[in-house]
Design a protein around this ligand. Structure first.
Ligand code: HEC
Ligand code: HEC
Length: 447
């Protein structure tokens, strides 16, 4: 009798445990469980995969016809080819390209070339080698267009230029693509300043070419100004560049507003950039830019309401959007942070410092409308005022470890994470100890 009641009790406990597990299972289903209903041949899965692959191709290789601007108008291709190959000046060798932060996709190179590179048989100081790389689609974010005789006819840029890097698997700057990573080595300004004809930019801004050059050269690596050609503001009141850091373009699923100042949804910004920054040929409409006080140049040039025929952008926005949201933030490599300290830092983040009230896990931005005034986060409102809302968006922190170069906050004003933590510690009077600050930093590195 005694034994059988024990057995019954045991069975009850087991049943309760199993029930508990399955309830928990609903909340935190494993990937295998979620995937189970999707059989390999599932039509929805096939469609989703096609859309993803299409979006990836657009992100990596589509210029949206912007070669009409970068090549045909600015003649950047002539500066790349150099005098010896039908262009102007000394040309851009692979070594020069790597020095300004351009990246080479090793997977686009044929085995023979990889072998020759290994043996040091490729002249990396010769612009002709750059043209060969362009012909192979191996320069990340740059598309060459060639004449039948092999000379460079024009050049265009893609999203990958600023939002991809490589893992350096072959050599520094040469490796496998890392889509969505901010290229903080890339000196966009220095590259554009090479263009033989900067008049189209100067005319737009209503300044002379030397001023344009000075502005471009003020940006430095890892920065670009995505609002300059709407408001003409090249410098902050303190005289520093108005350019912002190139942000990551991954880990944005679930986040409602994008860019440092929350211009809109991912697809709003994709259309904005493709049309108004890359100068691809499409359709873009945003009446908020039709504001002569905030965006005098957008009003003058009509950038708030662009219509191109044919439209090379609009049909690509769905797949591009899908791909962007599919770019999950990469996990930090083992050994890149102290796991024990990070665990303690998580508690500091969530409780004592209450960072989580704005950086709500696991999005690390607020679900809803993640916008704050400059005053709330204790900084000036210069950049915020360059956007329609006049506020800053809570930066999603996933994958923070991939962009530790160039500083933090939209303009990199805080050189280190300790500087960021010290800023909040003072602003919110958190009273963090040195140990808590350190733990918090290890947690930030673990996201
Ligand atoms: C010349 C460099 C450059 C190119 C090319 C470029 N971007 Fe960006 N991108 C930026 C900068 C700089 C910002 C930040 C702008 C801001 O906050 O004002 C940004 C912001 C973004 C964001 C918002 C990220 C966030 O944290 O919310 C997304 C998404 C994005 N870009 C996608 C794209 C796509 C898609 C393309 C191609 C159509 C593209 N970008 C082309 C420089 C670039
Ligand atoms: C009131 C809301 C709010 C609180 C609270 C808050 N943040 Fe932020 N955080 C922001 C906003 C908004 C930005 C964007 C600022 C910018 O780019 O200029 C930001 C940016 C950051 C960045 C820079 C990310 C990058 O890529 O440059 C880090 C790191 C960060 N916060 C960490 C923290 C930590 C740690 C705490 C707690 C001590 C915290 N935040 C508390 C709103 C907040």
């Amino acid at each position: 009798m005694k034994t059988s009641s024990k057995i019954i009790a045991l069975v009850c406990i087991l049943a309760a445990t199993v029930a508990g597990l399955s309830v928990k299972g609903i909340q935190t289903a494993t990937t295998a469980e979620i995937m189970a209903p999707l059989k390999p041949g599932d039509p929805m899965l096939i469609k989703a995969e096609r859309e993803f692959v299409k979006g990836r191709h657009i992100f990596r290789f589509d210029t949206f016809g912007d070669e009409a601007f970068w090549g045909d108008a600015l003649q950047l291709h002539l500066a790349i080819a150099g005098q010896g190959l039908g262009g102007v000046g000394t040309g851009v060798s692979p070594n020069t390209a790597l020095a300004v932060g351009l990246k080479v996709d090793v997977e686009a190179l044929p085995q023979a070339l990889i072998q020759a590179l290994r043996l040091g048989q490729v002249n990396l100081d010769d612009p002709a080698t750059t043209l060969t790389l362009l012909e192979m689609d191996a320069v990340v974010g740059v598309q060459g267009f060639f004449n039948p005789d092999g000379t460079l006819r024009s050049i265009g840029i893609t999203c990958a230029l600023c939002h991809s890097t490589v893992n350096d698997s072959f050599a520094p700057g040469i490796g496998q693509r890392l889509d969505g990573w901010a290229n903080r080595d890339l000196n966009v300004g220095a590259i554009v300043a090479l263009a033989p004809n900067l008049l189209p930019i100067a005319d737009r801004l209503g300044v002379d070419v030397n001023t344009v050059k000075a502005v471009l050269n003020s940006w430095g690596p890892g920065k670009y100004d995505a609002e300059l050609n709407q408001d003409g503001k090249a410098f902050r009141p303190d005289g520093k560049t108005a350019a912002t850091l190139l942000p990551a373009a991954f880990g944005l699923g679930g986040v409602n507003l994008h860019t440092y100042t929350g211009w809109g949804a991912v697809t709003h910004w994709n259309a904005y950039v493709a049309n108004t920054q890359m100068r691809g040929k499409g359709t873009f409409f945003d009446p908020r830019l039709n504001d002569p006080v905030k965006f005098p140049i957008a009003v003058k040039t009509g950038d708030w309401n662009l219509r191109n025929e044919p439209d090379l952008i609009t049909s690509k926005l769905p797949a591009l959007h899908f791909y962007q949201l599919g770019l999950v933030a990469p996990a930090p490599p083992r050994g890149s942070f102290d796991p024990m300290a990070a665990r303690r830092g998580k508690a500091v983040f969530n409780i004592k410092a209450n960072c989580a009230r704005c950086h709500v896990p696991p999005l690390f931005a607020e679900p809803g409308w993640p916008m704050h005034t400059a005053q709330e986060i204790g900084i000036d409102d210069f950049q915020a005022q360059r956007s329609p809302d006049g506020m800053y968006r809570t930066t999603p922190l996933k994958g923070l470890w991939t962009h530790m170069k160039g500083g933090f906050y939209h303009d990199g004003r805080f050189a280190t994470l300790l500087d960021v933590v010290n800023h909040y510690n003072a602003l919110f009077v958190l009273g963090l100890t040195e140990q808590e600050k350190n733990d918090l930093i290890e947690y930030l590195k673990s996201l």
